[in-house]
Design a protein around this ligand. Structure first.
Ligand SMILES: C[S@@+](CC[C@H](N)C(=O)[O-])C[C@H]1O[C@@H](n2cnc3c(N)ncnc32)[C@H](O)[C@@H]1O
Length: 208
């Protein structure tokens, strides 16, 4: 295979998707205010995942200013998909709603204010894709609700699994017979300073 490319990180940074003007503005705003959004590489990845899975119902945990939810809304547009995003900070929820209006996706993205676990327990109906991006200690706590709310064969994506607080989740999903999971060590420009972890898991086909 020959030699590896030198300065791999610098090289891969040159392939960061641009997104549109509003996404670029929200990214800039998040950088200034230290709001930890996923950034354009991960945003594009989420959009592709929503598109190729044909997801029609997406559940996001952790809205912030709405950046990743807009990528999801773009990705699931062809399938006529909808996004429900959960956010505990009322100010963030308000900002996200404004941004959904500006992005022209407000009819397909709903923000629910409150603690993710509390909101999930009250939910009925199944999702095709669930994205975890809240405080990392909560990942293990909401895993059972993800099992309940995800279609058999549905996709769970968990961000930031390289943080210590995600270790309990990483062990739980690895050991569970309800998931087929891979946990990747990733380098995602504009997402993390260095490396992070990103988990993809399929809900196994038998619903218990
Ligand atoms: C990493 S940011 C989300 C970034 C967003 N997904 C993006 O990339 O555009 C995490 C957000 O989750 C919210 N949050 C943290 N813990 C939560 C919880 N237990 N329930 C609901 N929201 C939570 C925070 O207020 C914050 O806005």
């Amino acid at each position: 295979m020959g030699k590896m490319i030198e300065d791999l990180e610098g090289y891969f940074k040159s392939f960061s998707p641009r997104g549109d003007d509003l996404l670029a503005e929200l990214q800039e705003e998040a950088e200034k205010e230290n709001i930890p959004i996923v950034g354009p590489v991960m945003g594009q990845l989420l959009s592709i995942m929503a598109g190729v899975t044909g997801a029609r119902r997406i559940l996001e945990l952790g809205t912030a200013n709405g950046y990743s939810a807009i990528w999801f809304a773009k990705g699931c547009a062809v399938a006529g998909g909808k996004v429900v995003s959960l956010e505990s900070d009322p100010e963030m929820a308000k900002r996200a709603r404004k941004n959904f209006q500006r992005a022209g996706v407000a009819d397909r993205v709903e923000v629910r204010e409150g603690d993710a676990m509390t909101e999930m327990v009250a939910m009925k109906g199944l999702f095709d894709l669930i994205f975890l991006d809240i405080d990392k200690q909560s990942y293990a706590k909401v895993l059972g609700e993800c099992e309940r709310l995800l279609e058999p064969g549905g996709l769970l994506i968990a961000d930031n699994t390289a943080f210590n607080d995600a270790k309990e989740f990483n062990a739980a999903i690895w050991e569970s017979d309800k998931w087929e999971a891979v946990n990747l060590l990733t380098f995602l420009p504009h997402h993390s300073e260095n490396y992070d972890g990103l988990c993809f898991a399929k809900r196994v086909l038998q619903h218990m």
